[in-house]
Every structure is written in structure tokens, then in C-alpha cells.
Design a protein around this ligand. Structure first.
Ligand code: SF4
Length: 219
């Protein structure tokens, strides 16, 4: 039996990606192996919880959708595997958010993997060779775009080199970075608009999506 260091467990709507708007239980693991420039997670050391106690708390909410996020959940792999296997046995639908640096077979046991592809403005790098191992049917690739120059061009190059040229059909999300940690600023909305306009102009086959919770200003 494993313990997991948990930052927080709460209910909200999914603010990002293909499941945007979906009522979900968020299980935020503590700790991350990266330090992105724009990180908006309030990192806490977190309490170590038994997986069964986490599941007991999840059951109390009476919601079928669980989003496992961080930090980086994959750095507590043993606990993560136990949690996912037990939740699947209970028929929960699981989204797993990960920063694109670690691969594990456990990706095949969830309903949606949200895999970050880090851009230059983040100051860190994902492991792009992992993309080949991911299943396009259950994975969204998320690019957090900080500017319409370096980041945008880098994203296009990665899409070409690692996805389109290999005829892989991943859903691709472009999400504008936000300077507002909890609420979009005017600059954030401008970047969202300008990114959308550029994608339209160039007819890129990607979805430009905001962080809905920062528009609604909810957790
Ligand atoms: S990977 Fe995510 S949690 Fe980790 S530092 Fe980057 S933004 Fe923060």
C-alpha cells in the first residue's frame, strides 16, 4: 500500500483542454520535477495520504470524473498506479495531467492523458521522444504559448516534425500563457485573441482554448 503526498483535493469545472467545463474532482499531487517560469501552482509540501483515504474522500463527492494533476503526478509513480487502478476498478473516468518529461505504461490505463509540450518561454523542456509512445486516441497535446514569435514557431515546428510528418492524429491544444495567476488580465485576453487570429490566418489544425477558470475567476 502506497502513500501519496497530496497538495489538495477539490471540486471544480475542468478549466483546460478537451474536457473544458466538465464537473470534476481534482486530486493535486505535491511536488514537481520542473520549474516553469509561469507556474501558477501554489506548491505545498503536502500531507502523505494513504491511497484508500484519498479514494474515500473522492467517493464523498459523488462525481464520476477525476482529474489527477500536480505538480507532476508521475514523480510519485507507485502511489499513482495504485490510485489509478483502484479508481478504474470503481468505474471512475480519469484525466491525468503531466508535464511531458516522464513516460509510463500507466498512461494507457486512464481515459485522457493531458501531455504538456513545453515551449521556450517556459524555460524548461519536455521529452519529445515520448510523443511516439503516446496513444492519440486518449492523449491531448497541450502547448502553452507565451508569445507569437519563438513559442508559436517552435510549436509549429514540433507539430510538423513529431506529429504531422508521422501522420499522428493527436488533438492539439494551444493555450495562451497568462500573467494573471488566478484571473486573466487585459494582456492575457489580448494574447488569447491574437493567438486565435494567427491560428485562423495560418489555418493550423489546433484548438485555441483559454483557462476557463481564470475567466470565471473560480478555483
Ligand atoms: S510542470 Fe506544471 S507544476 Fe511543474 S513547474 Fe511547470 S507549470 Fe508548475
Amino acid at each position: 500500500l502506497s502513500k501519496i503526498k497530496i497538495n489538495e483535493i477539490f471540486v471544480s469545472i475542468q478549466g483546460e483542454g478537451l474536457n473544458i467545463g466538465l464537473l470534476s474532482i481534482f486530486v493535486r499531487f505535491s511536488g514537481c520535477n520542473l520549474k516553469c517560469n509561469y507556474c501558477d501552482t501554489e506548491h505545498h509540501d503536502g500531507d502523505a495520504m494513504e491511497v484508500d483515504d484519498i479514494i474515500k474522500k473522492i467517493k464523498e463527492y459523488k462525481i464520476e470524473e477525476v482529474c489527477i494533476t500536480g505538480g507532476e503526478p508521475l514523480i510519485q509513480l507507485e502511489g499513482l498506479k495504485e490510485l489509478i487502478n483502484k479508481l478504474k476498478a470503481l468505474n471512475y473516468t480519469i484525466t491525468l495531467e503531466t508535464n511531458g518529461t516522464i513516460y509510463d505504461q500507466i498512461f494507457n490505463h486512464v481515459d485522457l492523458v493531458s501531455f504538456d509540450v513545453k515551449m521556450p518561454s517556459s524555460g524548461v523542456k519536455s521529452d519529445l521522444d515520448i510523443i511516439d509512445k503516446l496513444d492519440p486516441n486518449i492523449t491531448q497535446l497541450k502547448f502553452v504559448i507565451g508569445n507569437l514569435t519563438n513559442d508559436y514557431e517552435d510549436a509549429k515546428k514540433i507539430i510538423n516534425d513529431y506529429i504531422t510528418s508521422k501522420n499522428l492524429k493527436f488533438p492539439i491544444i494551444f493555450m495562451p500563457v497568462s500573467e494573471g495567476k488566478k484571473e486573466y488580465t487585459k494582456n492575457d485576453i489580448d494574447l488569447f485573441r491574437n493567438l486565435t487570429i494567427k491560428v485562423l490566418d495560418e489555418k493550423l489544425n489546433v484548438r485555441v482554448l483559454p483557462q476557463l477558470h481564470k475567466i470565471l475567476v473560480i478555483k
